[in-house]
Design a protein around this ligand. Structure first.
Ligand code: ZN
Length: 216
């Protein structure tokens, strides 16, 4: 019990993270406006958009921020100048659209399992493209193993809590390590943007919404 309390404190104490939790973004300044509306986007904003703080959200935030800085060396992310392919996780896809401004309906965002890593993100004006991958052995395998069981509806209520603690531990690990020790960036010189608009992925983070509570 003590460990859980300490961990929760560490996650809520956002000041000690090894990466920046804010990102500067550049957008247009009205419905028909010009570029130059510079705003700061925080991880907490993304938490509200997504619905909860989770390991996938933090993973996506750290990984994509790291990749976007390769495309925008001045660290000002132009959300009118990006397109992105994401793996189908509900957390990763929410980070992708929020941080890049890319959208399915405008042909600047699509979801696929047919590539390596978490994201492929492209700056439109110069076609510079970065593939963002998680390094091997960063994410504990048990999380995906139990995650699959949860998706299949086969995790008992108290095992769902165990999975939550494992994910929180992983979130803490992401919090305490620098992006360069967690993710790898590959520059793709030959990447051709060919969106495949598919909409039958499963939103896995709502499947257990009516599961019983663990009473232990
Ligand atoms: Zn999530």
């Amino acid at each position: 019990m003590k460990k859980i309390v300490l961990m929760a404190f560490a996650i809520l104490n956002l000041s000690n993270w090894a990466f920046s939790q804010t990102l500067k973004v550049n957008d247009t300044d009205f419905s028909k406006g010009r570029l130059g509306n510079i705003q700061t986007v925080e991880l907490q904003d993304l938490v509200k958009f997504h619905g909860h703080l989770c390991d996938g959200l933090v993973e996506g935030f750290v990984a994509l921020q790291y990749g976007l800085y390769q495309l925008f060396p001045d660290s000002l992310i132009d959300r009118t100048n990006l397109r992105i392919v994401s793996k189908p996780s509900p957390c990763l896809t929410d980070v992708a659209v929020y941080l890049t401004g890319a959208r399915y309906q405008f042909g600047t965002f699509y979801v696929s399992n047919d590539f390596e890593g978490l994201y492929v993100v492209q700056r439109i004006d110069n076609a510079k493209t970065v593939n963002i991958l998680r390094m091997p052995n960063v994410k504990p395998e048990i999380i995906d193993l139990m995650g699959k069981q949860a998706i299949a509806g086969n995790l008992a209520p108290c095992d769902l809590e165990k999975l939550r603690r494992l994910e929180d531990d992983y979130t803490l690990f992401l919090q305490q390590n620098k992006p360069e020790n967690l993710f790898e960036l590959k520059i793709l010189n030959e990447f051709v943007w060919q969106p495949v608009l598919k909409n039958d992925f499963i939103k896995t983070d709502i499947l257990n919404k009516n599961a019983e509570r663990c009473n232990k």
